[in-house]
Write a protein of this length. Structure first.
Lengths: 113, 115
């Protein structure tokens, strides 16, 4: 049973560019949450998707957007990249009707130069 | 709103010694508490959780945590650590039982084990 898979694992972009990160949730899960983890910090909640809609959002600017597809997979898009966007981006999946337990992927490490 | 404070950014201990990683939370509603562990170059894994029932919860690898409502704490303990416990540990809180509620993480405590 595959867990949460994320792609790409590493990528390098320059300031002003745009990036798309992808996530496939654990089989049977219907909810996807995205987190940003800067070096030496805890994960910061970006947003959560359920039924193809953004249900909750953390304190992130509109440059951060997402999407959930009918098969529950999800994308995170970041526009106009800044140096401060360099971080590990973690996708976590869960079942909306179940207990609040997240299954995390290994993350996508974004470096902005 | 919920928030989590992990009081120690790093905790060095000798192998087979006991350890306590401290966590305090604030919440204006019902609280559900978690400890996640992150091994080097990996994502986070659930270590243990408090959702209801007994205030003392245990993991399969010897860790335990106690929900203390009066002190708003959820400290993580292990009586004897091993080299393999070297990792970053994150305390987290949620205001809801179901996945509809977001989980907020602390800044983490790096546990380093000395032989």
């Amino acid at each position: 049973d595959a867990g949460v898979t994320q792609s790409p694992t590493h990528l390098i972009k320059t300031r002003g560019q745009q990036v798309t990160l992808r996530c496939s949730p654990k089989s049977g899960h219907d909810t996807v949450s995205w987190y940003q983890q800067a070096l030496g910090q805890g994960p910061q909640f970006i947003f959560q998707y359920y039924e193809e809609e953004e249900r909750q959002r953390g304190n992130f600017p509109d440059r951060f957007s997402g999407h959930q597809f009918p098969n529950y997979s999800s994308e995170l898009n970041v526009n106009a990249l800044l140096l401060g966007d360099s971080a590990l981006y973690l996708c976590a999946s869960s079942l909306i009707s179940g207990a609040n337990v997240l299954t995390f992927g290994a993350g996508s490490r974004l470096t902005v130069l | 709103a919920q928030s989590v404070t992990q009081l120690d950014s790093q905790v060095p201990v000798f192998e087979e010694a006991p350890v306590e990683l401290r966590c305090n939370y604030s919440s204006s509603v019902s609280v559900y508490l978690f400890w996640y562990v992150q091994y080097p170059n990996q994502g986070l894994q659930l270590l243990l959780k408090y959702l209801s029932g007994s205030t003392l919860v245990e993991s399969i690898n010897g860790f335990e945590a106690e929900f203390n409502k009066s002190q708003t704490s959820f400290h993580l303990r292990k009586p004897s650590v091993h080299i393999s416990d070297t990792a970053e540990y994150f305390c987290a809180v949620s205001g809801g039982y179901s996945s509809a509620s977001k989980i907020i993480f602390g800044s983490g405590t790096r546990l380093s084990i000395r032989p």
